[in-house]
Write a new protein. Structure first.
Ligand SMILES: Nc1nc2c(ncn2[C@@H]2O[C@H](COP(=O)(O)OP(=O)(O)OP(=O)(O)O)[C@@H](O)[C@H]2O)c(=O)[nH]1
Ligand SMILES: [Mg+2]
Ligand SMILES: [Zn+2]
Length: 309
């Protein structure tokens, strides 16, 4: 029998079987591991084979992952923690204000999604409380990210159910990771999309005896229309990705596109002659804010935040 891992508590896993039944499973002792060394062998979103006639039911095999996102336990450690597997979409919740989400933050998120090869979208939330200047700025963001870069964008208010219909149908049938700064409305949005969720999180809170459910272990919530969302309070953007410095330009769509015309194949688009990227920047084909984000991510790499090349 196969199933989908909905929730992990470190030692036991809630698996939804093909028949829709929920089973609490343990891992079989000799479960075969893939090449990556991880602190958690099985992650939320994993499709697994289970032996259901033993007690407890056992996970005997992890089916091949289409993708996964990881968090490295520490910079020096080779051990990684898998946050979620088999994602169809990564959604960043953005607020122009209350709190302000910077474009660097948006671009880091999008670059990480590109590096993981996970489709990304932006959800601009709290549109109910923007003044005219903030709404103008929002239009500019949509023109850049949707108009020029073709990332799907949604403008919503988590407090207004009627604003959510476009997003709702976009998420239908997909497994979506929701990220964003603290306070942008991730939980509020999850509750608005899944009316039955409020009670559920409340139960968990009581169990752990604190205000929120624990952040270390991800959980997927089923959408009434089909599909899942994963609200992970622990991840702001993504886990650290293995971004190769030389490939940073690949994770910015438009920089990648223009870079094909740079004189040097290994152009860093910072100082080289014949750089098609900087020439596109001068002509405003590439936005200043995106280029600044690119430079800032390259700099992180210099300071060892990403794996060096
Ligand atoms: N006006 C307005 N307030 C909102 C909206 N969405 C969320 N809020 C409020 O913003 C605050 C933070 O929302 P949360 O859903 O807790 O934010 P979060 O992203 O889950 O935050 P963390 O769990 O800390 O990461 C709450 O007071 C919400 O009621 C919205 O669309 N409009
Ligand atoms: Mg929250
Ligand atoms: Zn260049």
């Amino acid at each position: 029998m196969t199933g989908l891992v909905i929730k992990s508590t470190g030692s036991s896993y809630s698996v939804k079987t093909e028949g829709g039944q929920m089973l609490e499973c343990k891992i079989r002792g000799n479960l075969r591991m893939k090449s990556i060394r991880t602190t958690n062998p099985v992650a939320v979103g994993d499709r697994v084979r289970i032996e259901s006639n033993s007690s407890p039911a056992l996970i005997t095999e992890i089916l091949e992952r289409k993708n996964y996102i990881i968090r490295r336990s520490s910079n020096l450690s080779k051990q990684a923690h898998i946050l979620a597997a088999n994602l169809d979409l990564a959604a960043l919740i953005v607020t122009v204000n209350y709190p302000e989400t910077s474009t660097v933050f948006i671009d880091r998120f999008l670059a990480s999604a590109e590096a993981y090869r996970i489709p990304a979208c932006l959800v601009f939330n709290k549109t109910d409380c923007y003044d005219s200047e903030e709404l103008e700025y929002l239009k500019g963001l949509e023109a850049l990210y949707y108009g020029a870069l073709e990332y799907p964008c949604f403008s919503v208010s988590a407090l207004d159910a009627s604003s959510l219909s476009g997003l709702r149908s976009f998420l239908q049938g997909k497994t979506t990771l929701i990220s964003g700064n603290s306070g942008v409305g991730k939980s509020t949005l999850a509750n608005a999309l899944i009316p039955s969720l409020e009670t559920k999180t409340a139960e968990i809170s009581q169990y752990h005896n604190k205000g929120m459910h624990t952040t270390t272990f991800s959980e997927m919530f089923e959408l009434p229309e089909g599909g899942y969302i994963i609200d992970t309070p622990g991840i702001k953007g993504f886990g650290s990705v293995d971004m190769d410095k030389a490939e940073m330009g690949h994770y910015f769509k438009e920089i990648f596109r223009f870079s094909k015309d740079c004189r040097f194949a290994d152009c860093t688009h910072t100082h080289e002659p014949g750089c098609a990227v900087r020439s596109a920047l001068d002509k405003s084909y590439i936005s200043q804010s995106r280029y600044r984000s690119y430079l800032s991510m390259r700099q992180d790499e210099d300071s060892g935040k990403y794996r060096g090349s």
